[in-house]
Design a protein. Structure first.
Length: 253
């Protein structure tokens, strides 16, 4: 019997998939027909690759957002530190105890800008915490479990302490020649000048923190009410479902 020409054999045609127990035929080397092996299973490596790319992009976006957030908090801290240092350099200057405070334009500018820097830095940090707390609340984080609420509560306590400290010794009772004061007396006079400039930024930052806690609490309540209710548990079998609907014992039927 003459062997079938591979050009007319279905097994050698393009797209042929061998059946169970059937091997993929190979053409003779003398005929010069290349052997083609095709996989009947579609490649599935694309789905894990896509998921991996999405995870990498999400991680990069998270690192980028954290970098911007750290930069914002760093800028707020820089404003607070520079404003506090500028104020302290002014109140600790010995010339303040011997003559008028506004001796040159830079000294006058200090008393206007330094408290504003303190206010912007402290208020900006509070607003950032409020924004992050709202994002967590929208994601379903409870009010008590929200770390931003804890930070805002700590800010309220610090602000209240600064306001009480500023009001408890707003004026100094020192008198006489400042050149004869001791170091403790000079420190007391400097703190007496510093207290009024700290009270206003602290009070405003504390008020913003309290308002932020209330707003986050409202957002948490809205998010908790918007959560879908848990679906009722499905009956274990069709017989149990019939029994629940009609109160009929399946064995009685």
């Amino acid at each position: 019997m003459t062997e079938l020409d591979p050009r007319f054999d279905a097994r050698f045609q393009r797209g042929y998939v061998p059946g169970p127990g059937e091997e993929q035929p190979r053409a003779d080397a003398s005929q010069g027909t290349p052997t083609v092996q095709r996989s009947a299973v579609a490649p599935t490596d694309r789905i894990p690759s896509a998921e991996q790319d999405a995870a990498i992009e999400s991680a990069e976006a998270r690192r980028t957002s954290l970098s911007w957030l750290a930069g914002a908090y760093g800028f707020c801290a820089l404003l607070v530190l520079f404003g506090a240092w500028w104020l302290w350099a002014g109140v600790a200057d010995e010339t303040n105890f011997r003559g008028p405070f506004f001796q040159n334009p830079w000294s006058e500018l200090r008393w206007w800008l330094a408290p504003a820097l303190l206010e912007v830095g402290a208020g900006g940090a509070v607003l950032l915490a409020v924004a992050l707390g709202l994002l967590r609340a929208r994601r379903g984080v409870r009010l008590r479990a929200n770390p931003c609420v804890v930070g805002l509560g700590a800010a309220v306590l610090v602000a209240a302490g600064l306001v009480i400290w500023a009001g408890s010794g707003a004026t100094s009772q020192l008198s006489g020649d400042p050149g004869l004061w001791s170091d403790a007396q000079r420190l007391d006079a400097a703190l007496a000048q510093l207290r009024p400039y700290l009270a206003t930024p602290a009070a405003r930052a504390g008020a913003l923190a309290v308002l932020g806690i209330l707003v986050i609490g409202a957002a948490s309540a809205i998010a908790s009410r918007a959560e879908p209710a848990e679906p009722p548990a499905a009956p274990a079998s069709a017989g149990d479902a019939d029994g629940e609907r009609g109160g009929v014992d399946p064995e009685a039927r």
